[in-house]
Design a protein around this ligand. Structure first.
Ligand SMILES: CC(=O)N[C@H]1[C@@H](OP(=O)(O)OP(=O)(O)OC[C@H]2O[C@@H](n3ccc(=O)[nH]c3=O)[C@H](O)[C@@H]2O)O[C@H](CO)[C@@H](O)[C@@H]1O
Ligand SMILES: C=C(OP(=O)(O)O)C(=O)O
Length: 434
């Protein structure tokens, strides 16, 4: 298990370019299975989850030509789908969430699919019902093998239909879209997720010949086509990384410019950080955060304590709540963080409390932060990263703290943040990989 040793109390200065979006990459790379022609993808993040997904495709016989670390050509013209029944696939796919999204393309192209027990963050119950109910509506049948949590789907041919999703699941919506693009007739998906990841997937599929309308809304209409073709696609910058850098700048009193953020695709993210009192200015596609000694959390208009809660897009993504929580610990004022979607994502606050933060964990979903207003600095400690976003939040806390901290289990951070230690050290941080 690798660790980071972090020297706290240093301010950073300079420019940073966000990586390509992890959660978009997992969808887009799964979609290469939908055509036998070549698909070229740009701005791929060089992170564990994505590299593992690419390895799984290579294991199935997809031709993978890595032009450089960010650009890759894929061609799924000779695929061994039985690879997905093998132990090797089951073990490897257990390391990431994205592998569930092979199922939609497989059903569309080969009329059978497998979903192994997926990996990803252990942040609470992560059900797959939306995926499975959607496939059933399209005409697939499944067998579940409880001994290893494996689903096996078959179909005589998917048929377009109307469906109202039981919840706007991000990976579920992506999976159903990919299944429906080559189904017979028209599929309408209501209560669809519409995160930028999904919008990008739909745009890429349309450029391959799919007929999807309603993109960016929660009602998608998909007219099935017989075949999809090759294409080129560029990933958006990772909005969660962008949010993490905004929080990092505020906590460490750093002056940072985050370059090429695609500001039009960030939704409420900049405003949520502004509500924490963080000054940021957006010029074109760059976000500038000045070094700030003090930032003060807003209250509601009637003076009530501000609440930040997650919500499907265009609400605030749950993936930024841990970062928002950590940033609030050094603000002036109070914040209630309400993590509605996941029930195990706030437990990492015990480490922040050990560092000297004032936080009340009200229940598994809610934590109240009483900002220290920089009157007391956090102190460095030794801790373990429980999940990807808590991991980065602890890294930010450690960078702002007095003294040295050690963060174990940084594989969790490497799942989603590309060379984070090197990139932050280039701006003045002191993070050593042990
Ligand atoms: C690889 C990938 O893309 N992972 C993202 C994806 O995971 P993923 O697609 O697995 O998450 P889902 O969108 O399915 O939902 C996550 C959890 O939230 C619950 N839920 C969902 C919708 C809702 O309106 N109410 C609700 O309570 C679900 O029951 C589920 O337990 O979306 C999550 C929610 O944005 C993000 O945290 C993950 O980073
Ligand atoms: C929860 C996350 O990832 P995953 O769904 O891959 O576990 C995340 O990106 O914050």
């Amino acid at each position: 298990m690798a660790s980071f040793e972090v020297e706290g109390g240093l301010s950073l200065k300079g420019e940073i370019v966000p990586q390509g979006a992890k959660n978009e990459a997992l969808q887009i790379i799964s979609a290469v299975l939908l055509t036998s022609e070549k698909v070229t993808i740009h701005n791929i993040p060089d992170i564990l989850d994505v590299n593992n997904l690419i390895d799984l495709l290579a294991g199935m016989g997809v031709k993978v030509n890595r032009i450089d670390r960010q650009t890759c050509e894929f061609q799924a013209d000779d695929v061994d789908i039985n690879y997905l029944r093998r132990e090797e696939f089951k073990t490897k796919s257990g390391h990431l969430r994205g592998s569930v999204m092979f199922a939609g393309p497989m059903l569309a192209r080969w009329k059978k699919a497998f979903i192994p027990k997926p990996g990803g963050d252990k942040i609470g119950r992560r059900r797959l019902d939306t995926h499975i109910l959607g496939f059933e509506k399209l005409g697939a049948e499944f067998t579940y093998f409880p001994e290893d949590g494996f689903f096996y789907f078959t179909t005589e041919g998917l048929k377009g239909t109307y469906m109202l999703l039981d919840e706007p699941s991000v990976t579920g919506t992506a999976n159903i879209i990919m299944a429906a693009v080559m189904a017979e007739g028209t599929t309408t998906i209501y209560n669809a997720a519409c995160e930028p990841y999904i919008q990008q997937l739909c745009l890429m599929l349309n450029s391959m010949g799919a007929k999807i309308s309603g993109i960016a809304s929660n009602m998608l209409s998909i007219q099935g086509v017989e075949v999809l073709h090759g294409t080129e696609h560029r990933m958006l910058p990772d909005m969660i990384e962008i949010g993490s850098f905004i929080g990092l700048a505020a906590m460490t009193q750093s002056e940072l410019t985050i370059k090429d953020v695609r500001a039009d695709m960030l939704g409420v993210i900049p405003d949520r950080f502004r509500q924490l009192g963080i000054q940021l200015s957006i010029t074109g596609d760059d976000i500038h955060i000045p070094a700030q000694d003090v930032y003060e959390i807003e209250t509601y208009m009637d003076g009530g304590v501000l609440t930040m809660y997650d919500h499907p897009w265009p609400g605030l993504t749950p993936d930024l709540l841990s970062i928002i929580l950590v940033v609030a610990t050094q603000a002036r004022g109070s914040l209630l963080v309400h993590q509605k979607m996941f029930e195990s994502r706030l437990f990492f606050v015990d480490k922040l409390i050990d560092m000297g933060a004032r936080i009340i964990l009200c229940d598994p979903h809610r934590a109240t932060v009483i900002g220290l207003g920089r009157h007391h600095r956090l102190r460095g400690i030794s801790m373990t990263s429980p999940d990807i976003r808590a991991g980065v939040s602890l890294l930010i806390a450690a960078m702002s703290a007095d003294g040295k901290s050690t963060i174990q289990n940084i594989e969790q951070i490497d799942r989603g943040y590309q060379n984070i230690d090197k990139r932050l050290n280039a701006l003045g941080a002191s993070i050593r990989r042990l």
